[in-house]
Design a protein around this ligand. Structure first.
Ligand code: MG
Length: 373
C-alpha cells in the first residue's frame, strides 16, 4: 500500500527489507538493549532485555511466516518494530505515564511505537519519521481503533489510511502477535528459574510445563531447563503452524465487520487466523496465569517496579517544571507543542539506566554518577 512520502523503489531490496534496515538503524531500536523486559538491566548480563526479547520474537515470527508461506521480510520488520514504543522499566512505568497523561490523551505503547516511527525518529531531511510502508506500520494499529490512537496522543495530520489498522490485522501482524507471546512465555520461564524466583516444581501447576519437565533430560538442572524451554518453544510454534495451516485450508475466515468511518473493531473481537489449537490455547493461558501470579507479582519484582514508578513520577514532574533540562531536540518542541506530550515522549524514550542516572543527578546531587554524561 505504499509509503506516506512516495519514494522510488530500490533495485535490489524489497520495500519490507528496506523497512527492516531502517528499523535496525533507528535510535529507538538500539535503546531496546537497555530497557527492561522483566528483570532490570543491571541485575545480570544473563537475563533478557527488550532487545534480546525482540530478536527472539523475530526468530519465531520468521519460522512461522516461512512455514505458512507468508512474507517473511514483512514479518521480520514488524517483529523488529513491535516493542519500540515501550517505556523504560516495562509495563508498570507505562501505567505511570498513562496516569500522568490522563488529562492529555493518555499513553499506550503501541500508539507510542507509531509516534516513534512516524515522528520521533528523524533520519531524513524532508520529513520526520522513517517513512515505513503502511503494512509494517500496521503492527502498531493491530489492537487500537482510530479514536483510541488519537486519544492516546497520536494526533496526526496524515490520512486515515495511514493511521488506522486494517479491519483485520494482516496475517504477518497476527504471526508477530502470537510470536511475541511464545517468546515471552518461554524466556520468562527460563529467566525466572535461573533467577530463583520460580522453580520447575511451582511451574508444574501448569499441565503443559509439568508434562515437558517430566520428559526433559539433561546432565544437571540447568541443562534440563534449557531442554525444557526449547521443547516449550518447539511445541508452541509447531502447534501454531499446524493449526493455522489447517484454518487456511478450511476456507476463508468469516468476513471482518465493515469499518465505520475510520473506526475499526479491536483485534480481540475478531476471529483470528493465526492461532493455537484449542488445547494449546488452554495450556498457554494456564502458563500465562501462573507467570502472572508467581513471577510478575513476585515481591522481588514488584519492589523494583515500585521503585521505578516513583523514579519516573519524579522525573516527569521535574521535566514538566523545568523543560530546559531535556535534550535539545525536545527543548525545541516545547514552544509549539503541549509540554506534557513532549515530556512524555522524552521519558518514554529513555533507557532504564539513563532514567536512573537522571534521577540520581537531580534528586541525589551528592551521588556520583559513574557513566560519562
Ligand atoms: Mg514484545
Amino acid at each position: 500500500m505504499g509509503r506516506l512520502h512516495p519514494e522510488p523503489e530500490h533495485h535490489l531490496r524489497t520495500p519490507f527489507q528496506r523497512d527492516r534496515d531502517r528499523l535496525i538503524h533507528s535510535t529507538a531500536f538500539r535503546r531496546l538493549e537497555y530497557k527492561t523486559q522483566v528483570f532490570v538491566n543491571h541485575e545480570g548480563d544473563y537475563y533478557r532485555t527488550r532487545l534480546t526479547h525482540t530478536l527472539e520474537v523475530v526468530q519465531v515470527a520468521r519460522s512461522l511466516a516461512r512455514f505458512l508461506r507468508l512474507n517473511e521480510d514483512l514479518a521480520e520488520a514488524m517483529a523488529l518494530a513491535h516493542d519500540l514504543g515501550h517505556t523504560p522499566f516495562g509495563h508498570s512505568v507505562e501505567e505511570v505515564l498513562d496516569e500522568w497523561m490522563s488529562d492529555s490523551g493518555g499513553f499506550e505503547h503501541n500508539a507510542q511505537g507509531l509516534r516513534c516511527v512516524d515522528l520521533l525518529e528523524t533520519p531524513y531531511p524532508d520529513f520526520s519519521g522513517l517513512n515505513l510502508t503502511y503494512e509494517v506500520r500496521s503492527i502498531f494499529t493491530k489492537k487500537a481503533s482510530m479514536s483510541e490512537l488519537t486519544r492516546k496522543g497520536y494526533a496526526s495530520p496524515k490520512s486515515t489510511r495511514f493511521v488506522s489498522g486494517p479491519a483485520r490485522p494482516i496475517l504477518e501482524a497476527q504471526v508477530v502477535d502470537l510470536a511475541d507471546g511464545i517468546a515471552y512465555n518461554s524466556h520468562d520461564i527460563d529467566d525466572g528459574i535461573k533467577s530463583g524466583l520460580l522453580t520447575p516444581e511451582v511451574l508444574s501447576e501448569a499441565s503443559l510445563w509439568k508434562e515437558i519437565w517430566k520428559h526433559a533430560r539433561g546432565a544437571d538442572e540447568s541443562a534440563k531447563r534449557h531442554a525444557a524451554v526449547r521443547e516449550l518453544i518447539n511445541r508452541q510454534v509447531t502447534d501454531a503452524a499446524e493449526e493455522t495451516e489447517r484454518r487456511l485450508h478450511s476456507g476463508p475466515p468469516s468476513p471482518a465487520p465493515k469499518p465505520r468511518e475510520g473506526e475499526y473493531p479491536p483485534l480481540a473481537s475478531l476471529e483470528r487466523v493465526v492461532d493455537f489449537s484449542a488445547p494449546m490455547k488452554q495450556a498457554e493461558s494456564e502458563l500465562k496465569a501462573l507467570l502472572r501470579t508467581k513471577l510478575y507479582r513476585h515481591p522481588q519484582v514488584t519492589r523494583k517496579m515500585d521503585r521505578a514508578r516513583r523514579m519516573v513520577r519524579d522525573l516527569l514532574e521535574m521535566y514538566f517544571a523545568h523543560p530546559e533540562q531535556m535534550a535539545a531536540q525536545f527543548r525545541a518542541r516545547v514552544d509549539h507543542e503541549p509540554v506534557k506530550r513532549v515530556v512524555s515522549d522524552y521519558v518514554a524514550g529513555m533507557t532504564d539506566r539513563f532514567a536512573e542516572d537522571e534521577h540520581l543527578a537531580f534528586f541525589f546531587p551528592g551521588a556520583l554518577v559513574a557513566r560519562p554524561r
